[in-house]
Design a protein around this ligand. Structure first.
Ligand code: DLL
Length: 432
């Protein structure tokens, strides 16, 4: 099903015209209302008159997360506070939070993006949405909430945590759509199993998962355990929140809402656009945002784009799964390693649970990696020999995929700490 066919299936030349008109307008707005950007543009020797079409985007300055922090809290707002009706923030790992402000129109555009997403997952007013993303400054809870209301669904604003209650209400209220992080979905599945509840007693049919990288294997695992169809939803607070991108029934990439957020892929080292179809850093420019529009915001997310028309009929560009973040990439003894590669290996092997913790350290000037991973109940044994066979199998597979030796530590099922939001899977002690 398609929410807004006139945009989601638009002819790409017509889309380019819309994007060009919108870019010109937004650059004008930003230049006159955000001193930070006016200064940046003046330094580059450009004015809004230099922007004729969307192709001129490469003339514009980049924006980094640090620019938001330096202008904390509302320095990048392009409208007076009287027009800001909602504030969200992301805490990140260091320093002050990054704050974003939305006008009423911004909330409405964002909600439209979520309505497109939920409709493409097959959801409608017949559904009961259990929103188990955190409510509050995080965009996940309220974002998904407003989208679900828009399509007329019945919304249960659960927020994250309180797992027992999540399951009770999921059962009693007959939730059909679950919105949460993929790692929390797996945890919920385990707790449901432990509770003795039969998965067939639940009405769940669709999962809306995002806010952290996940793999195809993890999708399979969640689908099997919860008996649902699992869809990807992508977003980041600085740009909108969930709904910047969404999967369709073909699940062959995540469509980006390009009429609101213009995507580019650049080489993070040279800052130049990559060749078409190559992997690089995803960069977004707001085309419609009033409250806090950003130019060429560097997401640090690594992916590639596919402009071919999708079998579902949508023409909106498709983004590959997020491979990782430029700042998540570990360099171990000179080799680039992404936590998602490790996750893929673990999930390929039926003996392991998708719960792991990677501990990186430096001993005698050499980088070391210890991977703690849970063995599935039915494969866990007190017999040393059995466990050694398993350990050898995983170590060999990791060596062949990563080209690196990993010190594998098998642990009992349910021993690695679970998260109700974004999972923390890597501890890098080298930075301490
Ligand atoms: O995580 C917004 C969101 C909420 C998206 C709920 C989806 C569902 P932030 O906290 O600002 O916003 O984190 C944004 O999370 O740059 C990616 O690195 C990562 N991320 C978000 N969605 C996905 C996804 C929200 N589907 C950062 N796949 C982004 C992989 C994702 N990574």
């Amino acid at each position: 099903m398609i929410w807004n066919e006139s945009i989601e299936c638009i002819d790409r030349d017509a889309l380019k015209t819309i994007q060009s008109i919108r870019l010109k307008k937004i650059v004008e707005h930003i230049y006159h209302n955000t001193p930070f950007y006016r200064k940046k543009m003046q330094e580059l020797g450009i004015t809004p008159d230099d922007i004729e079409s969307i192709d001129d985007i490469i003339k514009l300055p980049f924006t980094n997360k640090s620019d938001l922090r330096d202008n904390y809290p509302f320095g990048l707002c392009a409208v007076p506070m009287s027009q800001i009706v909602r504030v969200h923030a992301s805490s990140g790992t260091t320093g002050k939070p990054t704050v974003v402000g939305y006008t009423r129109k911004d909330l409405s555009s964002w909600t439209e993006c979520l309505a497109r997403a939920f409709t493409s997952y097959g959801a409608s007013n017949a559904d009961v949405f259990q929103i188990s993303y955190g409510y509050g400054l995080f965009t996940g809870g309220l974002g998904a909430h407003q989208g679900a209301e828009k399509i007329g669904a019945s919304v249960i604003p659960m927020s994250s945590g309180n797992t027992e209650k999540q399951i009770t209400l999921m059962h009693d209220f007959g939730s059909t759509v679950l919105c949460c992080t993929p790692s929390y979905a797996l945890y919920l599945a385990d707790v449901i199993k432990d509770s003795g509840l039969n998965i067939n007693d639940l009405k769940l049919k669709v999962g809306v998962f995002g806010a952290e990288p996940w793999t195809e294997n993890m999708r399979k695992e969640i689908e099997e355990k919860l008996g649902i169809k699992a869809f990807d939803i992508y977003g980041l607070s600085e740009i909108a929140g969930p709904g910047v991108g969404y999967e369709c029934e073909c699940q062959d990439g995540t469509h980006l809402n390009e009429d609101h957020f213009f995507p580019e892929i650049i080489n993070p080292e040279t800052n130049r656009p990559v060749e078409s179809g190559e992997i690089g850093e995803l960069v977004f420019t707001h085309l419609t945002k009033e409250g806090m529009p950003l130019l060429r915001y560097r997401t640090k997310d690594l992916t590639k784009l596919n402009y071919a028309k999708c079998k579902c009929g949508r023409t909106l560009v498709r983004m590959d799964r997020i491979l990782g973040r430029c700042d998540d990439m570990l360099i171990i003894r000179g080799v680039n390693v992404f936590p998602t590669q490790i996750e893929s290996v673990i999930l390929e092997l039926e003996e392991f649970e998708p719960h792991y913790l990677l501990i990186v350290d430096r001993k005698n000037n050499t980088d070391t990696m210890e991977l703690q991973v849970e063995v599935r109940e039915q494969f866990y044994s007190d017999e040393m020999k059995q466990m050694l066979i398993l350990k050898k199998k995983l170590t060999a597979r990791l060596q062949s995929v990563l080209g690196l030796g990993v010190d594998v530590k098998l642990v009992e099922p349910r021993t690695i700490e679970r998260s109700t939001g974004k999972a923390k899977r890597v501890i890098d002690n080298r930075k301490l």
